[in-house]
Design a protein around this ligand. Structure first.
Ligand code: HEC
Length: 146
């Protein structure tokens, strides 16, 4: 009797296992195809957006340690004007437009970038940039325009 009971139990277990495995598999295949699409179309971009906004807001929350490179700040904030020479901005990569300014000394140029100078808006419109980040952007701008 013991053996018979065991066999009956095992059969029940096995058939249950097979049943659940089969239905589980079917459900998963359908779901995973849909999920993968949904994931790659919606979740992935949403994830990267929240990541970059976290990274972007970090310097604002912090005390301004200059965590963005001059290159990054230039490309996101200064290039609008200095890339094209818009609004009379001295152009990046045009040394003749910079020599007279470079002669004023780097400290003056940093101050112009931080506080503004005539047509140059304060902080180059990068309102969440720290002074360190702005200086790095000036360095990048000058290094590429000598
Ligand atoms: C809205 C356009 C605009 C943006 C954005 C902008 N600039 Fe300027 N910038 C100017 C103009 C115009 C001048 C020339 C000002 C003048 O001499 O009358 C200038 C001049 C400068 C100068 C020379 C200042 C001097 O004392 O001669 C520096 C340095 C500079 N910008 C750095 C930056 C940096 C760094 C950024 C980005 C963080 C930036 N700018 C973003 C328009 C802009």
């Amino acid at each position: 009797m013991k053996n018979l009971n065991l066999i009956a139990l095992c059969t029940a277990c096995i058939s249950l296992f097979i049943l659940s495995a089969c239905s589980g598999e079917k459900g998963e295949v359908v779901l995973s195809v849909q999920q993968e699409k949904a994931m790659s179309e919606r979740l992935a971009p949403a994830g990267s957006v929240s990541l970059t906004s976290e990274v972007g807001s970090a310097p604002v929350a912090g005390s301004g340690g200059g965590s963005r490179s001059g290159d990054e700040v230039y490309n996101s904030s200064c290039k609008t004007c200095h890339g094209s020479g818009m609004a009379g901005a001295p152009k990046y990569g045009a040394p003749e437009q910079w020599t007279a300014r470079i002669d004023k000394g780097m400290d003056t140029l940093y101050t112009s970038a931080i506080s503004g100078f005539q047509g140059m808006p304060a902080k180059g419109l990068c309102m969440d940039c720290s002074d360190g980040e702005l200086k790095a952007a000036v360095d990048y701008l000058i290094d590429g325009s000598k």
